[in-house]
Design a protein around this ligand. Structure first.
Ligand code: PMV
Length: 317
C-alpha cells in the first residue's frame, strides 16, 4: 500500500536553548512541509531517496551509496522493525540547517507513515518516540520540542515531552511574522554544546539568566493570548538579549535585528540554535515594505513571511 504523509516545520518564538535545561519554550508550526511517500518494493533493501539530498539504500547493515544525512532516517525505519522491502521518498520545501526543524518534520512524517502503514491510525505516542530516534541521531540530546510541534501543529508552550500545552494566540489581522535567512550555516549540536559549556563554567551567573528566561516565556504566553503584540515584540528583544548573553548571537543577526527595529519592527530575535540560521521579525503589516527595503539595501538576505500551521502530521493520500 502506498502511503503519503506530511508534517510541518516550526519556529521557536521564545525560549530556545533555555528549554534544554527545563525552561519552557514557545514554538509554532509554520506552513512549510516535509512529505514522505512509503511504498512496498519487493527488494531486500530499505531504499530512501530525498529529492533535496539524493538517494541511498541500505541492505543488511551497510549503506550502499553514501549520504550520512539520511542515516538517521534509516535508524527510524529499522527501529520500527522494518528490515527491507520498502521504498521511501522524501520531498520537502523546508530550508535545511536554518533552524526551522526540517529534520524533525521529516522524521515525524516518516514515523507517521510507518506507524500508519501498520496500525491504520496515527498513534501520536509511537510516532513521537520513533521521530526522536532520528532527532537524537541528528542532534545528540535534543529537548524534543521540534518533533512535538511538528506532530501536533499549532502553537505550544513546551517544557518537556510530558509537560506541554496549546497556546491560543490572538493574532491581530495586521500583524506579520517575517523570517530572514542570515545565510550563515551552523549545526544545532555545536551551538547547544557551546551554551552548555558556558552554563557550567558560569553557573552562578547563568542560573539567573535562565530564571529570567522562565519569567520572560510566561509573560510572552500571556501577551500572545491577549493579542498584545507590542509587548510580544518587546519580549522578543529581551529574549534576544538573553541569547546574546549565552553566546549564540552573531554579527549578521545583530545587524539584521538592528535594521529591522530601526525600520519600525515591533521586535526581532534569532530563532533556533543561533550562531547562524534565521532571524524572526514581528511587525505591523504596513511597515513590512520598509523593513524589507532596509534589509535589501544591506544586501543579499532573503526574507519571507510565515504563518502558523494549525495542522500537524497528516495523511496526504
Ligand atoms: O536549530 P533548531 O531550531 O532546531 O534549534 C534547536 C533548539 C534548541 O533549543 C537550541 C535545542 C533543543 O534541543 O531544543
Amino acid at each position: 500500500m502506498l502511503i503519503t504523509t506530511s508534517a510541518p516545520a516550526k519556529v521557536i518564538l521564545f525560549g530556545e536553548h533555555f528549554v534544554v535545561k527545563g525552561v519552557p519554550a514557545i514554538v509554532s508550526a509554520i506552513k512549510f512541509r516535509a512529505t514522505v511517500r512509503l511504498k512496498p518494493s519487493g527488494r531486500e533493501c530499505i531504499r530512501i531517496a530525498s529529492k533535496q539530498m539524493g538517494g541511498d539504500a541500505l541492505c543488511g547493515d551497510k549503506i550502499i551509496k553514501g549520504k550520512d544525512e539520511l542515516k538517521p532516517y534509516f535508524n527510524i525505519v529499522e527501529k520500527w522493525g522494518v528490515k527491507g522491502g520498502v521504498d521511501i521518498e522524501i520531498d520537502s520545501n523546508i530550508p535545511v540547517g536554518a533552524g526551522l526543524g526540517s529534520s524533525a518534520a521529516t522524521s515525524v512524517a516518516l514515523a507517521g507513515a510507518l506507524v500508519y502503514s501498520k496500525l491504520k491510525s496515527f498513534d501520536h505516542k509511537k510516532i513521537y518516540e520513533l521521530a526522536m530516534v532520528g532527532e537524537r541521531a541528528f542532534h545528540g540530546n535534543p529537548s524534543g520540542v521540534d518533533p512535538l510541534v511538528s506532530l501536533k501543529g499549532g502553537m505550544l508552550i513546551f517544557r518537556n515531552r510530558k509537560d506541554y500545552d496549546r497556546i491560543e494566540a490572538r493574532m491581530p489581522d495586521d500583524i506579520r511574522l517575517v523570517l530572514v535567512d542570515t545565510g550563515v550555516k551552523r549545526k544545532t549540536r555545536d551551538a547547544v554544546e557551546k551554551v552548555l559549556m558556558r552554563y557550567e563554567r558560569h553557573y552562578d551567573i547563568m542560573k539567573h539568566v535562565y530564571e529570567a528566561a522562565e519569567s520572560l516565556v510566561m509573560e510572552a504566553k500571556k501577551a500572545l493570548e491577549k493579542g498584545d503584540y507590542v509587548n510580544v515584540g518587546e519580549l522578543m528583544m529581551i529574549n534576544q538579549g538573553l541569547l546574546n548573553s549565552i553566546g549564540v548571537s552573531f554579527p549578521e543577526a545583530e545587524k539584521i535585528i538592528d535594521l529591522a527595529v530601526k525600520a519600525g519592527a515591533l521586535g526581532a530575535k534569532i530563532t533556533g540554535a543561533g550562531l547562524g540560521g534565521m532571524v524572526l521579525i514581528l511587525s505591523e503589516e504596513y511597515r513590512i515594505k520598509k523593513i524589507i527595503h532596509a534589509l535589501e539595501n544591506y544586501g543579499g538576505v532573503q526574507a519571507f513571511e510565515v504563518s502558523m500551521d494549525p495542522i500537524g502530521v497528516r495523511l496526504e493520500h
